[in-house]
Design a protein around this ligand. Sequence first.
Ligand code: IVH
Length: 671
Amino acid sequence: MNRQQAVRRLAELRVQVDHHNYLYHVCDAPEISDVAYDALFCELRGLEEEFPALVTPDSPTQRVGGEVLEGFETVAHAAPMLSLDSSADEAAIERFDERVRKALGETAEVAYVLEPKFDGASLELVYEGGVLVRAATRGNGLEGEGITANARTISTVPLRLRTGVIPAPSFLSVRAEVIMEVGPFEAYNERLMAEGRPPFANPRNAAAGALRQLDSRLTARRPLDTFAYDILAAEGFAGDTHWEVLDALAAWGFRVSELRRRVSTAAEIVAFFHQMTAERDEIPFEIDGVVIKLDDLAAREEIGTTSHHPRWAFAMKFQPRKEVTRLLEIVASVGRTGVVTPVAILRPVEIGGVTVSRATLHNRAEVERKDVRQGDKVRVQRAGDVIPQVVERIPEKGKRRARPFRMPKKCPSCSTPLVERGPFTLCPNGLDCPAQLAGRIVHLGSRNALDIEGLGEETAKLLVEHGLVSRLPELFDLLPEQLTPLEGFAEKSADALVAGLARAAQTELPRFLFGLGIPEVGATVARQLARHFGTLARLRAADEEALVEVEGVGSIMAAAIDGYLSEPHNVELIDSLLDGRIALIEGKPAGAVAGAFTGLRFVLTGALESMTRDEAKREIESRGGRVVTSVSGKTSYVVVGDKPGSKFDKAVELGIETLDEAGFIALLASG
Ligand code: IVH
């Protein structure tokens, strides 16, 4: 290929790769397979290697990072990045609405746009001629730190604006929030702790830290995401309303939250705030409130700003999810993998509507670093689905403190001498340790595994303590009459548990794999393994080389999986589980199940009465359909349950077919 041909092909490839990146990361609705995407990406990278002079900063290959800086330069923002006036007292909503109406005159029609308040780090993204030229942290609001190389690595930051319905402006400065979703955040923290490094207290700190890495390759490895919510300055675009601004941002390729809503009364604001408070834990990222913004941009000008915040916007914050309480005791708790974790037993305290009486202290090093001891006053935090954690000790003057915590020398459950491995303390007794066995039972019954109702921690402990289950497979041999004498069991609950076990005994391969508790194998990897190999027999026959072929499996993970599957105790365990106890539903390797719903995309919103969200998902996937999180033109059906969210509005707006529960069940029956 000559240079001229290369120029043309590179341009084509960049447009295509960009487009598929956008569909995958922003729309959550990919149109081509990962393999097809990789082929395009590899061709692009290969051609750029051949013609290095033709590499452009907006090429999708530039997202991997590379530049290492000595420090960050200070850059001035295109317009001040103001803060928000805020309150956690609901009465503030009405007061804000009154102030706005008074300023605009009683007769004015007022519309507000409501958005989630993303709990992340604020970012300015500047585009010239449609190309990302600069990114900066908020800093003091007027100037921030230039972190362009880092911002480029974030998959939802457009390197070049999309131009379609709304032409891209010649100059654009966008305000966005950088976040880390809760799932990836927890996985990232796990990794840090496995390396003996302190975990981050929350996704916001993790995101802010990642943004300020001097080596952009490190930023590239962090699971960062963005939401765009404002234009700081633009030439060549002028909207009349904030709603239009958000539409334009979405059209240019930014990720804009679907949770936005346009309303006109204080009562509607309160209702949305209540809805967000209730749905907060279901949202995959952290939000700390709702932002209320006057929609009409001309009216905003009229009302103006203070030096600190605009008078036309207000942040209604959730009640804090941090509380102060007393640490009663630190105990050592043995988990299913044998890791001994120090756990803080707390004076029960209500945090965001949930009573918390235990919090993890992660490991020895964390207890030392935080220097928390029995009797101390501590601040405790609960975030999303994250396990409550002790954030810090609150010093008390003149108070005598207990002695520092020491890890026990013997396993608190089975008295086997504990061993130290890096930052971890382990009980080496495996499934002969009652605590580990109980942990494995709970894990096997957990939601993403066999999903057995009524098999919580308490029950698992009872089963082990009373010798009803001394080996994992015995769980499936339980009879109701063995359970009824146990504390807390009546005939009905005993029957229910045994029935639940019988139901779970027929299960899909990914659930079984996850339930085994193979080191490093979470629900996602379990699904990939099942997809790739199709059957357990094929997976068991695979060596490390075959395992790294699986998407998302690296060499460390492959070694862990291979090690687990060839260990004699595990071999025996799996054989014994499959010996008349568990029947696996296995699929075809690599490639989704083909069925009546093949090619159909579903979005679920609101609660269904007859099944959980997970069950609905399973029903759809077992028929070859896909469940995606956001509504787009590609969505086939939106299934609408009780108290639907904004996805319902979006479906109506886009004219996507909606199904109520009865309609959904009828469709399932037809497929
Ligand atoms: S608008 C002039 N909208 O909250 C308007 N800010 O406490 C300025 N934030 O520094 C901000 N989500 O980083 C706006 N939907 C949203 C937001 C949001 C999160 C952050 C932003 C700001 C902070 C103010």
